[in-house]
Structures are given as structure tokens and as C-alpha cells.
Design a protein around this ligand. Sequence first.
Ligand code: FAD
Length: 486
Amino acid sequence: MTDRKRDVEKPVLVVFRHDLRVADNRALSAAAATGKPVVAAFVLEIDGGARPPGAARRWWLHHSLAALAKAVARLGGAPLILRRGAMGETVAALAREAGADLVHWNRRFEPAAVVADADMAARLFADGIRTERFEGHLLHDPARVRTGSGRAYRVFAPFWRALSSETEPRDPVDPPHSLRAPASLPPSERLDDWALLPEGPDWAEGLRACWTPGEEGARTRLAAFLEESVTDYAVERERPASFGTSRLSPHLTHGEITPAQLLTALKRRRGRGVDTFRKELAWREFAYHLMCSHPHLATDNVDARFDEFPWRQSAADLRRWQQGRTGYPLVDAGMRELWRTGFMHNRVRMVVASFLVKHLLIDWRSGEAWFWDTLVDADPANNPMNWQWVAGSGADAAPYFRIFNPVLQGERFDPGGEYVRRFVPELARLGDKWIHKPWAAPGKALSDAGLDLEAAYSLPLVDHQTARRRALSAFDGIRSTANDRP
Ligand code: FAD
């Protein structure tokens, strides 16, 4: 056998991590195009690297991996190999076991993941194995978008203008027609042994009812959004009761669909809905841009003046917020939506986050960590960026005096109380007038609704006006400037 022929027989190893798809997967398509056998492997990083997924994302990951394994098999590929460990060590060992002379992967951006991937590349290089890295998770390389003076952007509006003047991102690539299976495969771990699904109480019923993890689920959701919601998106996206947004975030987080695929799907459409949606996708780009310039975005205040902020310690108040028992119906509906479905509407995310950091004066990191564990779309860039935006400690932050009034927010964005009634059934029979402020309802309205407020629901954990004054005085020393909102 000639050297050339032998090389064609040596497999290419494709490493999956945050890119659980076969379409618009450049690492995979380029591997197939080499004509070599392909070994497809997913590595669950358990030692260093990316932030470990929380419970809701572990549930998602289990199902998404099962879907990916099927998609690879449909292309004629060998079974997906599963391995756990530190990225560099695990991939180097896999490449050796597979006899691969080439390894492909799609680029990650989380600072610790970048370090892990550099280690992986160095180990493979030392073993004489060629490597190739591909793009796909974002529309633009966050390190290339720069201000006139060559710095990273701190404010969204000019960042958005800069993106808008960039050339349109690349077209998505088709999935490979087929994958050549190698003659032999390294052993795989078993998905069930990873225990990604809840053990003990099965809290995932609501997640199963709402979501179909995997690439096909993402495609179906995109089709429904284009068909039903994109036209009115600019308006309906603010109404938590309506399904007016795409709900593609968990699919984007897990790389089951790419922003390039979304823009391509929107290409021939015009209107305010489309423009607004494109701008929301740009917020995602901005979050990654910010994470690249602030590597400790999830733990450190971007604005160092917040380092001395006198956060309150109250495990009891934090618990009531987490459980949706604050006595403010919109806040409680949001927190219960999160617990039940692994998701929360964006408007309500802002309100509950503001309630935690402003009304309760609890450190934004406690809220960020809770979201990280419970959101199916928990994203290493989007989550901390938005929390810091709400807290006022971010680069492009909400002004410190913006303290959402949960009653007015409810009356404005959920005027009929439909969203509250869906997630706070105790209040289901209360009239529209009181649904966002049940403590103010006269006795008759409560008895007509069959509601003993204190026993069946909660009185407000804090009085809004008192909490507002307390927050303003605590935030007084730290005045941030008004900017755009995410
Ligand atoms: P759509 O309205 O359909 O928007 C389309 C896509 O644009 C989203 O899927 C998302 O990728 C992106 N996007 C929209 N809004 C934002 C935003 N404000 N910041 C960044 N990207 C955005 N989003 C996450 O994906 N993961 C998170 O962990 C996350 N945590 C958040 C925490 C807080 C406190 C707040 C206020 C917002 C957070 N968001 C997060 C942003 C936003 O709430 C979600 O992206 C959105 O609700 C997802 O629903 P959708 O897919 O229907 O969004």
C-alpha cells in the first residue's frame, strides 16, 4: 500500500462539544470532504475547560447527544464515541487509539475552554497529528470587531453599528452526504452511565413537555417561528403570555442550530420583526465579545466600583425568590416558569433579576448561579452579561436608578394576567384589576376568588417603595450611565 493510500485510510477525528449538529458543522463537513473515514466523538469536559453544565442543561445534553448519535448514523457514520475527561488529554488519547492523523473541531470562546483547546492542539502537535479548527458558533470573530482605536466595544449601540457595516456572514454549509465509517473504533462510554438525567425525583416532566432537544427540534422550532411569529416579533416579544419569540436559545446554546442558519432563513423576509430579531442575535454576539475582553464575566464585576457593594446575605430571601414565593405575582410566575420548563421569558428575566439585586439587594452572582443551574439555555456569555447589565455592574449597564416595578411591569406586559395565572394557579380566579397586586385587593375580591392570601399564596416579601428607597441609597455611590438595554 502506498503512503498516500495509507493516509486516506487513516481516520479523521471530529470532536463535538458545543456544536451538536450535522448541518452547518464545518468541522464535520470538512472531515467528510477529505474522503477519509470519520470518527465522531463527543467529549464531556470534567476537568478544567468550559463551565460545567447545570442540571437543566445536563438533561438537555443527554437528549441532544442521543439525537446527534442518530443523525451521525443516518449519514452512514460509525457510532458516536463518548468520552469524559480533560479535553487535551482525552482527545489526544482518542486520536492515538483511533489511529487518526487529523483532528477537526469547531472553535470555542469561553476563556477557560480556549485554554483547554490550546492544550489539546499542543498535545496533538507533539504527537505529530495535524489539526484544523473551524468557525460556526458566532457570526463574527469577537476579537476582530474593534473600535476605531482598536479596542473592544463596551457599549452595544456602536457595536451593533459596526456589525451592521460588516460584510454579511458566510453561508451555512450543508451536512455531509455521507460519512465513511472506519474499519475499527475506539471504545465508547455509555450515555446512560453519565447520569445526566435527574436521579431521585424526576423533575424533568415540564422540560419534556416543552422541548425537543436536538437538531431536528431546532429546525421545527425555527419553521414554527417563521410561520407564526416573526412578522409580529417586534411587538409580541414583550408579552410573556404569548409565544411571540423564537425559543431557539437552548438550541443555539447547544449548537444545534447556528446564527448563520437563522440569518439565511430570514434572508428573503423584510419587516420590523425581522430587523428586531437580527438585533437580538447581535446581543448574543455582543455577550461573546464582552466575555472575550472580560474573561471572568461570570464571577467578577466588569465595573470594579461594585467590588465594595454592600450586598445583603439572606439565604431565606434567596430561597423565596428561587421558589417563586416573593408575593409579587409576575416575579413568582417567572421563577416558577423557570423551575417547571427550564426557560423564562426575556422581559420576566429582567424583572426577576432586578427584583433580586435591587429589591432584595442580593448579589447578582447568586441569581446568575441559579439561572445557570435551572435554564436549559444557560449560556456562558449571555447569562453573566445580562445579569451584570441588570445589576448595573456590566460594561453596557442599566442605569442604577432603573428599578423595575413588578406591579407596573405586570400590568403593562401581562395586562390580562394570563401569564401569571398560568404559573401561579393560586391566583387563577382573582380579577384582572388585582392580579398583579393581590395584597391590595379588597376582602370581597379575595373571598370571591376563594383566596386566603397569606395561607394560599404570600404577602409581599418587601414593600416596593421601601425596597426602592433602600436600593437607591445603596446604589447611590455607584452611578452608572444610561445606555441601551439588551
Ligand atoms: P428571541 O427573542 O427569539 O431571540 C433570539 C435569540 O437572540 C435568542 O435565542 C438569543 O440567542 C438571542 N438573544 C435575545 N435576547 C438576548 C439578550 N438579551 N442577550 C443575549 N442574547 C439574546 N439568553 C441565553 O441564551 N442564555 C442565558 O443564559 C440567558 N440568561 C439571561 C439572564 C438574564 C438575567 C436576562 C435578563 C436575559 C438572559 N438571556 C439569556 C437573554 C434572553 O432572555 C434569552 O436569550 C431569550 O429570552 C431567549 O428566548 P428566545 O430564544 O425566544 O429569544
